[in-house]
Design a protein around this ligand. Structure first.
Ligand SMILES: [Zn+2]
Length: 65
């Protein structure tokens, strides 16, 4: 698999398509210690901003991979 991380995120999000997902804020709402994307249907954390960093895709305009 040439781009493991993107495929993994794809699979994680796709598995919860149509589910009830929430952005959960932990700690002080004005100065949170953590923000996470959680699936309420599965009681599962999909993305934890304390653990993961997302960036805009940069491969769309690039011919080289
Ligand atoms: Zn789910």
């Amino acid at each position: 698999m040439e781009n493991f991380n993107n495929h993994l995120l794809w699979d994680i999000l796709l598995a919860h398509a149509g589910h009830d997902v929430t952005i959960a804020v932990y700690g002080d709402p004005n100065d949170p210690i953590d923000v996470a994307l959680e699936c309420d249907d599965c009681n599962e954390v999909l993305l934890d901003a304390d653990l993961y960093t997302l960036a805009a895709r940069s491969d769309l305009d690039d011919a080289d991979c």
